[in-house]
Write a protein that binds this ligand. Structure first.
Ligand code: PMP
Length: 453
């Protein structure tokens, strides 16, 4: 413990800490919870109050907080080496981790470029894809096909390939242009669809039309496979990803799969791409890679992409990109231990009944009069709150309905953070069945208290 009182910490937080995605004028009026400890699925504040971590600490936590085996792996590593660079040196832990990851990533993806967060993993992916095209003599392929409502991070390259206006439009003058395709979300994508399947097909037709027209100018296509996370937990219809892969092949685009949120078990398989047997050309990994312990990311690609960068020094085919903390040994050691735990806990098997239970509970919650749509992909879900159930008319965003539900949930010992009017369910994968009930009961009650009364 720091020895400081909660009120001191709160005061200093307001004086010095600028919080992400937060209107600080509102924040300054609030009494923030100060988290000091974690235990399994729980976060514990400076006054000893416990909160079920309903969003896995920004979608990162896999095996619970302060898991003994991970703590020990971290402690053992810190006594050997805390950091050494990959610029000019190799590192024991980053080598072993790449080797282990190559065994579980989709076949053929075995060249790992490390960085330290999801946005950088995507910056690397985009730059790598473009430079690959340059090396193949296709420098005119400088554009990217992206999806409406996509989110790939907050650095400028990652924002450029994103498509959430409320976050991204201010920065438009600073961004590179992309070719935006509609994303499957039946009643929202303005394609006049009758349901998710027809929507998926219409979106694919529109995507193909874009590729016919502009594909020859594109280096690649960027997609969150199966699930648009920050866009509101939007689930793609089955088969969509496979067809996107086929279209990329047909029109010569590299397929970049952003598995930053979906990777490491979240969808019920190790990677979202596994559900449809899809092998992207480039895949971005972060968040769950080190079980939510430390910032680390990897952009993995094929031998074909990698080999295009080989050449004599003077040819300048080098990939001139790198971050100071790339391949950090502490993060790699934890990531390795996390992979062990996936096996020893049989985590993916243990997830399946929890995923089914989540599905059942969501179906019940969907019956509430102000719940418009529930969407689920494995252990990730979104409960959308609507002003009018029949038309699915949204609450005006200024009402902060999602925020108010989450504040209510807090009173019931649950920490959640909404995406607009969508309440997010994204717990640590190790959540126990009882804790899952608590989480869903609490969220349901909070919804009832705020919008149903
Ligand atoms: N891609 C996806 C799909 C994400 O969900 C996120 C983060 N929510 C990112 C990229 C960016 O990751 P980071 O916040 O670590 O930069």
């Amino acid at each position: 413990m720091s020895g400081y009182t909660t009120s001191q910490l709160r005061e200093w937080d307001k004086q010095h800490v600028w919080h992400p995605f937060t209107q600080m004028q509102d924040w300054e009026q609030e009494e923030p919870i100060v988290i000091t400890r974690g235990e399994g699925s729980w976060l514990i504040d400076s006054e000893g109050k416990r909160y079920l971590d309903g969003v896995a600490s920004m979608w990162t936590n896999v095996h619970g907080h302060c898991r003994r085996e991970l703590n020990e792996a971290l402690k053992a590593q810190v006594d050997r080496l805390e950091h050494s660079t990959l610029l000019g040196l190799a590192g024991e832990q980053s080598i072993i981790l790449a080797r282990r990851l190559a065994e579980i990533t989709p076949a053929g993806l075995d060249r790992f470029f490390y960085s330290d967060n999801g946005s950088t993993a995507m910056e690397v992916a985009v730059k790598m894809a473009f430079q690959y095209q340059v090396h193949r003599g296709r420098a005119e392929r400088s554009r990217f096909i992206t999806f409406r409502n996509a989110y790939h991070g907050d650095t400028l390259g990652a924002v450029s390939v994103g498509g959430i206006d409320i976050y991204h439009s201010t920065f438009r003058p600073l961004l590179f242009e992309t070719i935006q395709a509609p994303s499957p979300y039946c009643y929202r994508c303005e394609m006049g669809c009758s349901g998710p399947e027809s929507c998926g097909m219409k979106c694919l037709d529109a995507l193909e039309a874009l590729m016919i027209e502009q594909g020859a100018r594109c280096a690649g296509l960027v997609i969150e496979p199966l699930l648009q996370g920050a866009g509101g937990m939007i689930v793609q219809p089955h088969g969509f990803l496979r067809r996107v892969r086929d279209l990329c092949d047909r029109y010569g685009l590299l397929m970049i799969a952003d598995e930053v949120a979906t990777g490491f078990g979240r969808t019920g398989r190790m990677f979202a791409c596994d559900h449809e047997g899809v092998v992207p050309d480039i895949m971005a990994l972060s968040k769950g890679i080190a079980a939510g312990y430390l910032p680390i990311a990897a952009t993995v690609t094929t031998g074909e992409v990698y080999e295009a960068f080989l050449g004599r020094y003077a040819e300048l085919k080098t990939f001139f990109h790198g971050h100071t903390f790339t391949g950090n040994p502490l993060a790699c050691a934890v990531a390795l231990k996390s992979l062990d735990l996936f096996e020893s806990d049989r985590l993916l098997d243990a997830l399946q009944p929890k995923i089914l239970r989540l599905q059942e509970r969501l179906a019940e919650i969907a019956c509430l009069p102000h719940v418009g749509d529930v969407r689920q992909c494995g252990m990730a879900a979104g409960i959308e709150l609507v002003e009018d159930k029949a038309t699915k008319r949204a609450y005006p965003w200024e009402l902060k309905t999602g925020v108010r539900v989450c504040l209510e949930a807090r009173k019931l010992g649950i920490f959640s953070r909404p995406l607009g009017n969508t309440v997010v369910v994204f717990p640590p994968l190790s959540i126990t069945p009882d804790e899952l009930e608590l989480l869903l009961d609490g969220l349901e009650q909070a919804i009832i208290n705020v919008v149903e009364e």
